[in-house]
Every structure is written in C-alpha cells, then in structure tokens.
Design a protein around this ligand. Structure first.
Ligand code: GLY
Length: 411
C-alpha cells in the first residue's frame, strides 16, 4: 500500500495517510497513524484550532446519556475508560499537561419538571448498569455549597470527568510534530481522484499532495470539501454552541469542586471548574449554519441559567465569550473509517462528544488505516450507514460544492 515518498511528477509530496483537518480528531488520527509507521501529513491552516478552542471538555458519557443512543453510549464509555492511559501517554509524548481532572459531575434539578427529567435519566442510567446516585437538594448543597438554595435534587456521577480541550489540542500538536507528522499549514481546496479512487488533495496554494489514504476530519465543514463525490459526502452540519469563560480569583477554596449541570427551561447549562481557576459555562445549541457570532441573547441565557444554579457566578470576572460549531450528524454519532470511495476515510460527525471520543477515535482510525477495516466495536459507526441517503450522482455530473470562504475553513 505504500506509495513512494517525496516528490513525483504530478505531486509535491506523497504520504501513506493525509488527514484533512487539524482539530483534535484530525490530530489524534495523525498521531496514531504515524505511530503505526505510516508516513502521515495534516493539512490545516491553523492546526490545533477548531471546536476544541471553544469546548468545555466534559467527559460526560453518563450524564449526557439520551434515549435511543445506546450504541453511542458503548463507544463513549469505551473512550472514557481509555482516558487515563491516553492522557499519561500524551503528556509523556508532548511534555504538556492536558488538564485532565477526575472530579465527577453533579446534575441538578431546579424545579419539579427538571426533577422528573432527572429521575427518568437516573432510571435510564440504572437500566444500563451505569453508576449514578440520587441526592436530595440538601445533599447536593452539602457537596457543592455554592449551589442555589432552591435546588430540588440531583444525580451524582463520580465517573464523568473533564479535560481542558485547548491543552489537549496543544499537546496533540506537539506529540504529532515530535512523532514526525508533516504539517501543511494551508486549506485543503479539493479532494483529488483518479477514476473511482481518492488520491489525495490539492491545497489552496496549488500544492498537490498524494496519499494512499485520505482522512476527512474537518469537523462541521467535512461535508463541504470540493471534489468529494456526493455518494460519500458526510451528512454533517454545524451546530453552534456559545460558551463563556469566567475566572475564579485565587487562591481561594474552589468555587465548585466538580462539574455542575442542569436543564433549565429545556436548555442545557453546565459549569466546568478547572484547577487553574477558569470556570467554563456552556452551552447554547443553535442550528444557524456556519455563524459563529456571540450574541447578547446567548450570553444572557447562559448567565441567567447559570445564575439560577449558582448565584455567586455574577461576582466573577467574565473573561471570554466565544462560539464554536459542533459537527452534528443525523444520529448524533460519529462517522469513522473507510467510505465507499477507495482511499477515502472519515473521522467526523462527533457532535457533542468530540473531546470524549478523541482517544478511541485515534485507535479506531489507526486500525482502519493500517488494516483497511474498522475494529468490531466501531462498525456501527461506519459511514456506510448513511449510504442510502446519498445516492450516487448521475454519471457525468461532477460533485463540486462551492469553495469555502476564508472564515469557513475546516477547523
Ligand atoms: N458536550 C457538551 C456540548 O456539546 O455542549
């Protein structure tokens, strides 16, 4: 499978694996691929950026369980179990701390409706044999004294932890560089094809990269790369999330000792306290295309809901407001591994679980890139499950979406 390395007549460089998109999913894929001996490159104008720069980093397999997502639960739990070893290996390889914190999560209810919802979640968790404990409002406040007096009860989930996604991205970037991944700091303009086979990509500056296998890992933009035949174009859409960062001035007793979350008036709100005093408050869920504007309404809703949970937050300095784009898929689960187009793989569509699924995505993709197939536990996440929704274009009709505007480049 190995093409000759270096330049040939038609390409500027040749790789075993070319990853389009240098967010945490693209980087972990490249890191694991290069560790398996594949000559690997990443194409991205700003590797280490993307949705990880906004995400809070909850590793919430149990508290974010939803009806109908049992298969995804298995993958989420498997990835959560890999986190401690993954972090140890990555910190060793990069020399960087990724802010992993085994702090647990408390999901609380503010009124009778929230409480009924949490009770249902608890029952669902129990049916799946997951560890969570029902607490009264008083027990919740004993655990987290900053909680509002009106908290009516909650679920203590000691296995849902957190990591700092910005540090995770920075560490993955260094680990990739140290392991020999080549970075092309430019935007992939189009996938290149030779007959019915993907052969690599052309970058915006005209550089042509040949690759035995190309991995499309461009987050919410994965469905927009020119040259990808419609039949294998991933059905991924952007789902906007606005997130705030506050600062707990130190050195004080921790403001919160664990992630605290709730559903307030139907919307999710969560507060993720870091050891360095950062307090991340998220997140809105908005279907507005590639818009990343921070709105007064988004900030207001987050602060209003977070204030109902933890009134003391209004005393804290607000240091950052930002919006990012989750790569949503039709079933909220990722698309991993080979497509029907030989040579083209996907690692995208992670929606709300990109940070959580980073360790297992790297392992699964490395196996697919070296062995040609997904390991059994990842087969339900093959892109083939959506194939029927994307019939092949009629012969002679090229599939060439409009080039992306600069602000829309893969993250
Ligand atoms: N997993 C948290 C979020 O997507 O907002």
């Amino acid at each position: 499978m190995h093409a000759p390395h270096g330049r040939d007549d038609t390409h500027d460089a040749t790789y075993d694996a070319l990853v389009i998109g240098g967010g945490i999913i693209g980087l972990v894929t490249a890191w694991r691929a290069v560790q398996r001996g594949l000559r690997t490159a990443v194409a991205d104008p700003a590797p280490g950026g993307g949705a990880a720069q906004v995400a809070a980093g909850m590793l919430a397999a149990v508290t974010e369980l939803h009806y109908g997502e049992q298969t995804l639960l298995g993958l989420n739990l498997a990835s959560a179990r890999r986190y401690p070893d993954f972090v140890a290996e990555l910190e060793e390889a990069s020399g960087k701390d990724v802010g992993y914190r085994a702090c647990g999560t408390l999901a609380v209810a503010l009124d009778a409706d929230d409480r009924a919802h949490l009770r249902e979640l608890h029952a669902l968790q129990q049916r799946h044999g997951l560890e969570s404990q029902w607490l009264t409002g008083r027990e919740c406040r004993r655990l987290e004294p900053m909680l509002a007096p009106g908290v009516r009860g909650g679920l203590r989930v000691d296995g849902d932890h957190q990591v700092d996604p910005r540090r995770l991205a920075a560490a993955l970037l260094v680990a990739c560089e140290r392991a020999g991944v080549v970075f092309h700091r430019d935007r992939a303009e189009r996938l290149t094809l030779d007959g019915d086979r993907s052969t690599g990509a052309e970058l915006a500056d005209g550089t042509r990269l040949a690759a035995e296998r190309t991995v499309l890992a461009a987050g919410s933009l994965s469905g927009r790369l020119a040259g990808v035949p419609e039949a294998v174009l991933p059905p991924v859409r952007p789902v906007k999330g606005q997130v705030l960062r506050l600062s707990v001035p130190g050195p004080y007793a921790p403001f919160l000792s664990r992630t605290v979350r709730a559903i307030v008036r139907g919307g999710h709100v969560y507060l993720v306290p870091r050891e360095n005093g950062e307090l991340v408050v998220g997140a809105t869920t908005e279907e507005l295309g590639w818009d990343t504007t921070v709105t007064a309404g988004g900030v207001y809703e987050l602060l209003r809901d977070a204030h109902e949970l933890v009134p003391g937050i209004t005393e804290l300095p607000l240091v950052e407001t930002r919006a990012g784009l989750r790569p949503g898929s039709p079933d909220n689960a990722p698309l991993l591994g080979p497509t029907a187009l030989p040579g083209l793989h996907l690692a995208t569509g992670h929606y709300r679980n990109g940070v959580l699924l980073t360790p297992i995505t790297g392992d699964v993709m490395a196996e697919a890139l070296t062995g040609g197939e997904l390991p059994p536990h990842a087969r339900p996440f093959s892109p083939h499950r959506f194939a029927a929704e994307h019939p092949s274009p009629p012969a002679g009709r090229p599939s060439a979406p409009a080039p992306l505007a600069p602000q829309e480049q893969p993250v």
